[in-house]
Ligand binder design. Sequence first.
Ligand code: S3P
Length: 450
Amino acid sequence: MSAHGDPIPMTARRSGPLRGEAVVPGDKSISHRALILGALAVGQTRISGLLEGQDVLDTAKAMRAFGAEVTHEAPGDWTVQGVGVGGFAEPADVIDCGNSGTGVRLIMGTMATSPVTATFTGDASLRKRPMGRVTDPLALFGTRAFGRQGGRLPMTLIGAADPAPVRYVVPVPSAQVKSAVLLAGLNAPGETVVIEREATRDHTERMLAGFGATLRIEEAPEGRAIVLTGQPELVAQTIAVPRDPSSAAFPVAAALIVEGSDVLVPGIGLNPTRAGLFTTLREMGADLVYENERDEGGEPVADLRARFSPAMTGIEVPPERAPSMIDEYPILAVVAAFASGPTMMRGIGELRVKESDRIAAMAAGLRACGAEVEEGEDWMIVHGLGAGGLPGGAACATHLDHRIAMSFLCAGLAAQKPVSVDDAGPIATSFPIFEGLMTALGAEFDRGDA
Ligand code: S3P
């Protein structure tokens, strides 16, 4: 079942060259944060380039439920009239975050230090995912959480009426956990300190500073410490959301594996905490060039030009790079199937608790397509078959996971026989224009099974 209706089976077949410009939507991580910080600011925040995918729309709806005025002005253009830090009202109904782990975890953090009670739920994928990683640190502020076994949704949080600031070392590399604790720290008096052993995406820190919060980054014995001063007055901002590197990954990867392709993907955010895939692809020998590098709204941005790269070779991806490309391993696994030799991906245990178990989903689908894949608890090796070498001819299960669906559809564009997915519906959570954008480049997709 799709997250939002009946399943939408889709098939991709070997396509002619992909050519042209691929204008991908706004960054999902930054879009969630713009709405949430806009809701906590005083005054009207104006956002352009917001991703209008279902995950972000669910966060917009949640911010309304907590009392902010969120208005869709024009495509990509939104305004948020904030309620101020500590100003959240109690929602009148259950907050449904759909498919979005980022949405639910960041919103839990945001309400955790206000005297309100809220119940959260989500789709079948989100209801399987662990929330204890967020509710454990929130308990240190005095927040109480009651969920299903294993810390699963649906879950009710009772916000701390008299929160104390905390010092917390994040035990897993997770920007969602880091961000939830920082957002909770906003309404606690004094300094909240969040320490991460490995640097993860830093959009929350950047945006908090942009909204006028006082925070500093320090080196602690355990790692990178973010020290946030609680109870600031956040000031409404004008935010231009850069285009999403995690969405750009799909047309870029497709261009590298489809013969004769030459695709330009303009205006992509290249924050170093997000751009690991592109570094990896270049190490594999991809013809991927950054053009017109610039700075937009405090984030590095470039136009990406990707051309068919028949001579890519497998590499060992450095495990310390994992946080900067954590959402891109599914599509990297597809590119690896079209490179020669093995690509080794280690330190990727977090992939098992994403929208699906992404190691299992990619291994199963690629094997069905004729590739040899080895996997362990936190690693995967894809044995590449070279350009045009993947047999294909398989139906792949997507498990309500947008990135699994897009990855196998890209594989089908270069495989010898068509590749189908059981449900392309979840693609709408992050990249609602994927089908049209890829088709305009020359991709051949059919609705339905092969
Ligand atoms: C995100 C953080 C990552 C990533 C997710 C978006 C964010 O998750 O996988 O798609 O916006 O903070 P984790 O925090 O679980 O690593």
